[in-house]
Design a protein around this ligand. Structure first.
Ligand code: IVH
Length: 667
């Protein structure tokens, strides 16, 4: 046992070190594969020896999918905001005000202002005990479970120079690269896009499911420490110390002793920030000495010892030439402004998004107007205003939202309560047809290695009109296309052939039914082991499936109510695609838990939570996230939350442990 305990300790320390190298220093020293193997070994040992469990173990970062409501927590020290300034003049005023108030030498620390969502972490005896959002400044949400999944947040501190108790504040950020990846994925899954990394970061942090948070690779930078026993009087020096404890402290901090140095910093970062991996929107200036900070004090809203200098959002004025309307893959209409080309933060802007009808109306936009274009934290520039004074007497036509689809002429619909217009002709509108084929061939669906250009050719030249048509393509057809040789034709036909063994749940995902992303497709496939059963399911039966709500159920119903889709699915079946769950998966299925709703809670030692979930589904039961009157059993592991236990007792729900559950299946 001692040997096991020391191996576990060794693995935890080693993995902590590698996590730190990778996520804080960005300098990994072992290959990912090796890391995964060590992690796996630790997971196995922890499962085998539950008595060695530790909530701060690196295995606890993966995020269980325990759904948890956030609990409001009062901040020990309020989370204030900073007063904003927009010019060097105002910065000078701040500096001179400070000079007068202190009447002694002082240093100013310059830092970047990170544009994410703020967080306050509490550490006790070197361990992370709580992570709370800003909330209203006095109370925030306890998002500890989610924050623990962020690899650059230390769960345990390094060294031994940290105070017994302190708070550290910082910004949770979604790096640009992750933001782009996430939006691309959301586009594929037909989910609304995040407007900027800030919204994406705060949205992610408020996710009820830490496993989703873990999958989004957030990062966290720290810039402010609070506590009674901080090691130094200097804010700068304290942060340097915090760096040695394992926190990610930005290395762009600079301690300045003159106003000129401060201005140099502003000038330098106004440009250099564009190369950073995360979004920033200004510089924060702080008096370094904590003693001096205390002397300066606070106003009701913000400290007198700090200000934020906001970078100018880059704007340009240019002429609106025309407005075009684009049709997306699921038929969403996006209005786009075509502009007289103008230089904006180093790139030439010719087009800007106009978002929707309401925005066009609120701008009272006319053709020929001079418009203000802005490039903020968003990827696509937007129009923020119209220079009405610059309008000529010959006012151009008022911009009106199109009523019919610019691609196929069908009358558009705008669902009640939504801002967007859609083209309802999903089976006849070219960009929608091509979009659905593009979705079907993606790697995560049928994995037929072709891109949008090829899909275009297949549509235009070979007359492919739906995904079933792909399976009628012959080598000679392909050779008639430009840029195609025998080899590429063979490859394409090979991947078509291979796609016939892609599992049923991915075929279902590939159909591109609205709101049926990968997870939903897997859920549906396990509840309805064949396409036929799914087709015949009623709305009631569909909504009985865990996590299938009315919106998804209705969308599935609508899909199969369309004759064209029924024909399509029948053809795909005829061509040999997988239309039912594989024998292997099926063979383990029983009805032993039929009609039973089981909630999983806590941590387990024999099997993982995911395995239990799969077992429930395999045996005909339903796994649900929260305890209610409909719950039959709670499968409880270690550390089950007290609120769940209480609720279970109140409702008289039976609580069973792992062994009892496994016995139920063994019977
Ligand atoms: S210091 C009392 N430093 O800006 C001062 N804040 O308007 C505490 N922020 O809520 C904040 N980068 O979310 C500080 N380097 C930085 C920052 C920063 C971003 C955010 C933070 C805060 C808001 C203040």
């Amino acid at each position: 046992m001692n040997e096991v305990a020391s191996r576990v300790r060794y693995l935890r320390d080693t993995l902590d070190q590698h996590n730190y190298n990778y996520y804080v220093l960005s300098a990994p020293t072992i290959p990912d594969k090796e890391f995964d193997l060590l992690m796996k070994e630790l997971e196995e040992l922890e499962a085998q020896y539950p008595e060695l469990a530790d909530p701060h173990s690196p295995t606890k970062r993966v995020g269980s999918d325990l759904s948890k409501e956030f609990e409001p927590v009062a901040h020990k020290y309020p989370m204030l905001s900073l007063s904003n300034t927009y010019s060097e003049e105002e910065v000078r005023e701040f500096y001179e005000r400070t000079e007068r108030a202190l009447n002694e030498p002082f240093d100013i620390v310059c830092e970047l202002k990170y544009d994410g969502t703020s967080i306050s972490l509490t550490y006790e005896n070197g361990k992370l005990v709580r992570a709370v959002t800003r909330g209203d400044g006095t109370r925030g949400d306890d998002v500890t479970a989610n924050v623990k999944t962020i690899r650059s947040v230390p769960l345990k501190l390094r060294g031994d120079t940290y105070p017994a108790e302190f708070e550290i504040r910082g910004e949770i950020l979604l790096p640009w690269a992750e933001f782009d990846r996430l939006n691309k994925e959301r586009e594929e899954q037909e989910e609304p896009l995040f407007a900027n990394p800030r919204n994406a970061a705060s949205g992610t942090l408020k996710q009820q499911n830490p496993a989703i948070v873990a999958s989004r690779r957030l990062d966290a930078y720290f810039y402010y420490m609070l506590g009674d026993n901080l090691p130094c009087d200097g804010h700068y020096e304290n942060l340097e110390m915090a760096r040695t404890w394992g926190f990610k402290i930005p290395d762009v901090l600079r301690k300045c002793s003159t106003l000129e140095e401060v201005f140099d910093y502003l000038k330098y970062w106004d440009v250099a920030r564009k190369e950073l991996p995360v979004a920033t929107d200004g510089v924060v200036l702080k008096v370094n000495s904590i003693r001096q900070q205390r002397n300066l004090g606070f106003t009701s809203k913000s400290p007198r010892w700090a200000i934020a200098y906001k970078f100018q959002a880059e704007q340009a004025v240019t002429r609106l030439n025309s407005v075009s309307f684009q049709v997306g893959r699921i038929g969403t209409i996006t209005p786009v402004a075509n502009l007289e080309p103008v230089l904006l933060s180093g790139t030439t802007v010719k087009r800007a998004s106009l978002h929707n009808e309401d925005i066009i109306e609120s701008l009272d936009l006319h053709l020929g107007d001079y418009v203000m274009v802005e490039k903020g934290g968003e990827i696509i520039p937007k129009i923020v205003g119209v220079d009405t004074d610059a309008r000529s007497i010959l006012l151009g036509d008022k911009v009106r939202f199109v009523q019919t689809c610019p691609e196929c002429g069908t009358k558009l619909v705008r669902p009640e309560g939504e801002a967007a217009h859609y083209c309802p002709n999903d089976t006849g509108c070219p960009p929608q047809i091509k979009g659905r084929i593009e979705h079907f061939v993606t790697r995560r669906a049928l994995d037929i290695g072709i891109g949008p250009e090829t899909v275009d050719d297949l549509y235009e030249v070979l007359g492919v009109r739906n995904v079933a048509d792909l399976y009628t393509i012959e080598e000679a057809d392909l050779l008639s296309l430009e840029r195609w040789g025998e080899r590429s034709a063979r490859n394409f036909l090979d991947s078509l052939e291979k796609s016939k063994s892609v599992p049923y749940e991915r075929v279902l995902y590939g159909l591109g039914i609205r709101f049926v992303g990968e997870t939903v497709a897997r859920r549906l496939a396990s509840a309805f082991p064949s396409m036929e059963e799914l087709q015949q399911a009623s709305l009631e039966v569909l909504t009985e499936v865990d996590e299938i709500g009315d919106r998804i159920a209705q969308s599935v119903m609508d899909y199969f109510a369309d004759e064209a889709n029924l024909i399509l699915v029948a053809r795909l079946k005829e061509y040999g695609l997988q239309m039912k769950i594989s024998e292997e998966k099926l063979s383990g299925r029983t009805d032993k838990l039929k009609g039973l709703t089981i909630v999983i809670s806590g941590t387990f030692s024999i099997h993982s939570r995911d395995e239990y979930k799969a077992m429930i589904e395999q045996n005909g039961g339903k796994n649900s996230g929260s305890v209610s009157g409909k719950t039959d059993y709670i499968l409880a592991g270690e550390n089950m939350g007290p609120s769940k236990l209480e609720k279970a007792a109140k409702l008289g729900v039976k609580v069973i442990n792992e062994e009892e559950f496994l016995n139920m299946l063994a019977e």
